[in-house]
Design a protein around this ligand. Structure first.
Ligand code: QUE
Length: 334
């Protein structure tokens, strides 16, 4: 017997979507994306469904991302069609969530990265527990922050989004509300009660279940983040971090120097452009970039090193930020 990778059901006034591939940290593959999209369409005009609630199975993850391993295999085999379908349908789902006419609530109690952010952050309500962990770590695999991240990252406070998108820094628990990933902070111990209350009474119960936020852990770095990550290029960011010279700046430099240099450039550029576009335009630009980036050596090497072989020793080409040719990046972005 095979378990369903997405469990769709009605619960009181809510439609429920359970991402149910806990051994793969609920990472989204194409059948899961289609199941989510179909559920949303079925409930769109169903008067019995007042709100949609999405959650992840298991203790560890809401959703760790997309099935990037399959994307790499297809890309390396020259199979363009399944790669295109995966991203096109994933981004269409992200847009459908943003434009959904009913309240959409994500309950995030664990890892939420990449594609997991795509099926949560565009909804009206995102509940984070103290175990929630948000990150956009794509520069570590030679990819870029997609799923509409090029729209929402530039809309986070100051240059926080550029910082989080280039470094992949993790944002945990209540910090997710401070940063703008989540809207409500609810303790894990209260999540089952909240879930039941949502089914009974709808989204009005969210506020009363939320608890006050502790201070933002990134508050001490906010000024330096804005100063360094508002530079007008990747080399400009590097120069400002080098000029800063403090502990945070040195750690951030070391992090950036581990990422795909090419990926830093194309991610910087598409996040910068996303500040001035609509979400549909941002998703369209992301889809265009997937076509070239999935053919790039750094994407294939990055997924190999971080997801397939897990040696965490990617060999980037070029290996140094200083050796990236801006003209080649511009060509990839079209
Ligand atoms: C950086 C990433 C991803 C990653 C690891 C990184 C990513 C992604 C996955 C992932 C996680 C669990 C799975 C899976 C893929 O890992 O985007 O198939 O089961 O989706 O260091 O960007």
């Amino acid at each position: 017997m095979t378990e369903e990778s997405v469990v769709v059901r009605r619960d009181g006034r809510t439609g429920r979507i359970l991402l149910n591939r806990p051994k793969a940290l609920n990472a989204l593959d194409l059948p899961m994306i289609r199941a989510c999209a179909e559920a949303l369409e079925a409930w769109r005009n169903d008067p019995a469904v007042h709100a949609v609630v999405i959650e992840g199975a298991g203790e560890r993850a809401f959703c760790a991302g997309g099935d990037i391993r399959a994307v790499r295999s297809h890309a390396m085999a020259g199979e363009i069609e399944p790669v295109e379908s995966f991203f096109a349908e994933e981004y269409a789902l992200n847009r459908a969530i943003a434009e959904y006419p009913k309240p959409y609530v994500a309950l995030i109690d664990g890892i939420c990265m990449g594609g997991g952010i795509g099926v949560s952050v565009h909804g009206a309500y995102r509940v984070a527990t103290e175990h929630a962990m948000f990150a956009m770590p794509e520069t570590a695999i030679g990819f870029f922050p997609d799923i509409g991240a090029t729209y929402f990252l530039p809309r986070l406070p100051g240059s926080l989004g550029m910082y989080l998108g280039l470094t992949g820094t993790r944002v945990q628990g209540a910090d997710a509300v401070h940063a703008g990933f989540a809207t409500h902070f609810v303790p894990r111990s209260q999540l089952a009660a909240l879930s039941a209350a949502l089914a009974e009474d709808g989204v009005a119960v969210l506020g009363p279940h939320a608890v006050p936020l502790p201070p933002f852990a990134l508050a001490p770095q906010r000024a330096a983040i804005d100063r360094c990550f508002s530079a007008d290029s990747v080399p400009g960011i590097i120069a400002r971090l080098e000029a800063d010279g403090g502990d945070w700046a040195q750690q951030t430099l070391a992090t950036l120097r581990g990422m795909s240099p090419s990926s830093l450039f194309w991610s910087f550029e598409i996040i910068r452009r996303g500040a001035a576009t609509t979400l549909p335009q941002a998703l369209e630009a992301e889809l265009l970039l997937t076509r070239t980036v999935t053919q790039h050596a750094d994407f294939q090497e990055g997924v190999r090193a971080m997801v397939v072989d897990k040696d965490r020793q990617p060999k980037w080409q070029p290996a140094r930020i200083e050796d990236v040719k801006p003209g080649e990046i511009a060509r990839l972005l079209g």
